[in-house]
Write a protein that binds this ligand. Structure first.
Ligand SMILES: Cc1cc2nc3c(=O)[nH]c(=O)nc-3n(C[C@H](O)[C@H](O)[C@H](O)COP(=O)(O)OP(=O)(O)OC[C@H]3O[C@@H](n4cnc5c(N)ncnc54)[C@H](O)[C@@H]3O)c2cc1C
Length: 525
């Protein structure tokens, strides 16, 4: 229950229509089946939901939480459990009323956004200007601000558009104390073109690799880097998904490259990185494609060994999109790709030549509209590993991840997606590589219930045992994992806690997915 006085204060700040304590509304925010290891589809119910419309209102609501000893948790588009309360007495701050594109700077290639602007909106406007943005693998309905400031950031086109944490050009940040801090050039002027000075740069503190997931205050604006877009300014899109009809531009080619084994796959990826070619490169496991497009069919082939073997032959593959900046560039990229694939014993299937596939593949790889189909087969999914490393390491993550999954599939604890369900590719022309092991399950099925926690723990233990790099997505199990991972990864948890304490000594910004100011006996509480 909110104190009576706080209700009156909230009325004064956001207006009576912009907050709620009604159980019906609160439960709508507590239904978050995804990105958590606890069974079921519910997270904790917030004590109130508040919808501020400006930075000043966000500051005032944060100050109120302090005054009344409540925690707060921000969400932008709210795609997962990490955006909701991790415990009791949390005020959910829903930023959907802050939905403006504040500024375009085409010359310096950035756009300034509020939290509830989604990638699809920005992309449509950017393409008209010959520009494009990095879209995370979750797809174009997500908030670029949330990814850039607060939550990981890998995506389909990362080979050319990088990682969300690297695409940020400055932020406006309401600290857990309620004070306002601006990072980057916007900290010392009204210009947003650089995240690292002449104003102060605390980018690493603000977000590090994974982001603080709402555990370090609220970001109310950010500038996001834009990239050259060599495609058309307008794309005519006919039909929807399975009957989509989109013209593939002449300077684009969409292919799938298939290799005999993990080693040749990794070697080819390295060479592609060195050659600095490609607009999009991503392994999408055949099990994932079938689960998304034809889930009933995938359930049937589970028991047909010959058919399984056919699909498993496609295991070491990635999709690749070439976008030529000129005829010469297009030809160069094509020839280079063909040579690299050939030298590594692979084959190229030219999807641009297959009538239906070409539309779906081309437009999906540009727009990332399909990711939510992952929920079709079982209603839920989990993802593990995901620590960004050199490709030899991420290929190993995929191998070990598949082994672990096969054990869980064999005992009926998760759905059978052929075992290999790795997703990822090389980023920034092979500066690093990303692989995550996806797991499909049905949270309504009693035999799957409670298994995700075990699966997440098995993956985290394998990361430590096989030295598979960073902790990756282990934090989806909650802040307590840092106490296990920290001691084997340069004691990062000690430094992370120092940051939390410096910025939020009272632990008011809900840290369920970040780190608590004081180590608790059981961080899950
Ligand atoms: C099908 C699917 C595929 C996915 N694939 C990827 C992927 O490839 N790459 C990837 O990076 N992620 C992926 N994700 C996870 C995804 O990152 C999040 O779902 C994504 O960030 C979208 O969240 P959102 O934009 O809705 O942000 P939210 O859910 O609103 O927020 C994400 C986190 O950031 C915090 N946050 C949000 N806004 C603010 C703010 N203004 N100030 C402070 N904290 C804030 C929230 O508290 C939360 O912890 C996937 C998710 C799904 C469902």
């Amino acid at each position: 229950m909110l104190p009576e006085r706080m209700i009156k204060q909230l009325e004064d700040i956001v207006g009576i229509e912009n907050f709620s304590t009604s159980p019906v509304i609160l439960d709508a925010y507590a239904f978050q089946p995804f990105h958590k290891t606890e069974p079921g589809c519910w997270i904790r119910r917030p004590v109130a939901v508040v919808l501020p419309a400006s930075t000043e209102e966000v500051q005032a609501v944060v100050a109120l939480c302090h005054e009344h000893g409540l925690k707060f948790k921000a969400h932008s588009t709210g795609w997962g459990a990490m955006g909701g309360p991790g415990g009791n007495n949390v005020v959910q701050i829903d930023l959907r009323r802050m939905s403006r594109i504040v500024e375009w700077d085409e010359k310096n290639r950035f756009v300034v956004l509020e939290p509830y602007v989604c990638c699809a909106q920005v992309q449509a406007e950017a393409m008209r200007r010959g520009l494009n943005l990095h879209i995370i693998g979750a797809g174009s309905a997500t908030s670029p601000l949330a990814s850039c400031t607060s939550h990981i950031g890998m995506g389909w086109t990362s080979i050319s558009t990088g990682f969300s944490g690297r695409n940020i050009m400055g932020v406006e940040w309401v600290l857990p104390s309620g004070e306002l801090l601006r990072l980057g050039t916007c900290g010392s002027s009204d210009k947003w073109f650089c995240a690292d000075g002449p104003g102060p740069s605390l980018r690493g503190v603000m977000r590090g690799w994974a982001g603080a997931d709402g555990g370090l205050g609220i970001f109310t604006k950010c500038a996001v880097k834009l990239f050259h877009w060599p495609g058309p300014r307008e794309t005519e899109v006919k039909g929807r998904f399975m009957d989509l009809d989109v013209e593939v531009p002449e300077n684009f080619r969409v292919v799938t490259c298939i290799f005999p084994d993990a080693e040749s796959f990794a070697n080819a990826a390295c060479k592609i990185g060195e050659a600095e070619i490609g607009f999009m490169m991503c392994k999408v496991a055949i099990g994932l494609t079938l689960a998304g497009l034809t889930p009933r069919y995938l359930r049937r082939i589970g028991s047909l060994p010959n058919l399984r073997a056919v699909f498993e032959a496609f295991k070491h593959q990635f999709h690749f999109v070439i976008a030529g900046n000129s005829k010469g560039d297009f030809d160069y990229q094509n020839k280079t790709l063909e040579r690299i694939v050939d030298e590594n014993g692979g084959i190229i299937i030219d999807i641009s030549q297959i009538p239906l596939a070409k539309s779906i593949a081309y437009w999906d790889f540009v727009r990332a509209f399909s990711p939510p189909v992952i929920f079709r087969m079982g209603g839920n999914f989990f993802t593990a590993f995901g620590g960004d490393e050199a490709i030899n390491c991420t290929v190993e993550q995929a191998r070990i991840g598949e082994e672990i999954k096969r054990r869980f599939i064999a005992k009926g604890a998760i759905l059978d997606d052929l075992g290999d369900n790795a997703w990822g590719g090389i980023y920034e022309h092979n500066l690093f590589s990303h692989t995550e092991e996806l797991t499909l399950f049905d949270h309504r099925d009693p035999s799957h219930s409670g298994q995700v926690e075990d699966f997440a723990a098995a993956c985290m233990n394998a990361t430590i045992e096989h030295n598979l790099g960073g902790g990756g997505f282990a934090f989806f199990a909650g802040a307590h994992v840092h106490e296990t991972l920290g001691p084997v990864i340069s004691n990062y948890h000690v430094w992370q806690r120092k940051i939390k304490k410096a910025f939020d000594p009272d632990d008011i910004s809900d840290s369920h997915y970040y780190i608590h100011a004081e180590q608790k006996k059981d961080n899950r509480k």
